[in-house]
Design a protein around this ligand. Structure first.
Ligand SMILES: [Fe+2]
Length: 302
């Protein structure tokens, strides 16, 4: 299972795409109708889709997996009382599978047969997405649901978050104990720490300072620098997230405490909590399609 992409809808999608290519460091992949697709250096055809819309919202977050894993998912999603709605992707790379709406409206799409592309070179291109984090009214319940319905595993719990993995990367998603449901942030995997630092420099050239970072997290041990994108959401340069084994011991909040005045391993920067919290509320979940009837599900379940 791999985290592939996030599909956003927002006003002025072209401006957002220009920021992500000209300043953040992504490469244009395609423009289809009013959807801008942006890629990184890796083999996914795109990492971010930006569709023109009057209001900002998250259309979906997309994972790719094998046919066998998709079969397991159909069963576990249904057993957990959720709908495994069949979906055929019309985005670059195509593919087909299911889209699952979690309890607080998070829309997760799981695709098999999704095409990949040749990697491209570029030291400042993000490689891929490393995690997409959601705010939740009940992060604990959503963490359990991700385990039961999706076969994901909780890696760590902190006072702020429930970190969840879908492969050997410490987390591909997390649910923040926010009290409401929305997109918390999107993190881009950079090639190395220098690429993160050069990214901070590129944004500084535009008069933009990190809302938090650079720093190194506790859970996952990844390097981070968070920015508030001009088009609204919190976006992160990240690198070197920890790989974990099957038997990784699930950490509890008391395992992840800091000395007074510290909230990361380095202690280099302050965190602009107020600005981050505002940005974390901009993109809500919205389903812009109707779940198909059960016979369509059976048909797809060959
Ligand atoms: Fe992050």
């Amino acid at each position: 299972m791999k985290l592939r992409s996030i599909e956003l809808a927002l006003p002025n999608a072209a401006e957002a795409a220009a920021f992500l290519t000209d300043i953040w460091g992504m490469a244009p992949a395609a423009v289809e109708g009013d959807i801008h697709y942006l890629r990184g250096s890796g083999s996914f055809p795109y990492l971010v889709a930006l569709e023109e819309s009057a209001e900002p919202y998250v259309r979906s977050t997309t994972f790719t997996c094998t046919a066998q894993r998709l079969d397991q998912l159909r069963r576990s999603v249904t057993a957990a009382g959720l709908v495994a709605a069949p979906v055929t992707s019309t985005d670059p790379g195509a593919g087909h599978g299911i889209i699952v709406e979690l309890a607080e409206g998070e829309l997760l799409r799981f695709l098999m047969d999704a095409g990949e592309v040749a990697p491209i070179a570029g030291p400042d291109l993000p490689v891929k997405l490393t995690h997409v984090v959601f705010n939740a009214a009940d992060a604990e319940a959503t963490g359990h649901l991700a385990e039961d319905a999706l076969g994901f595993r909780v890696s760590d719990r902190t006072k702020a978050m429930v970190f969840v993995r879908c492969n050997d990367s410490h987390h591909s998603t997390a649910f923040a104990r926010a009290g409401f449901a929305s997109l918390n942030h999107i993190a881009f995997e950079m090639a190395d720490m220098d690429a993160v630092m050069r990214g901070i420099g590129r944004l500084r050239d535009q008069g933009m300072a990190p809302a938090w970072g650079p720093g190194r997290h506790g859970p996952g041990a990844n390097v981070f620098a968070y920015f508030i994108a001009p088009f609204g959401p919190v976006i992160e340069f990240s690198t070197a997230v920890e790989k974990v084994a099957e038997d990784y011991r699930v950490g509890a909040p008391e395992d992840w405490t800091w000395p007074a005045g510290r909230i990361d391993q380095w202690g280099l920067s302050d965190k602009d909590n107020a600005a981050l919290r505002e940005a974390e509320q901009k993109f809500r979940h919205r389903r812009d399609w109707q779940p198909q009837p059960l016979d369509a599900l059976t048909e797809d379940n060959h």
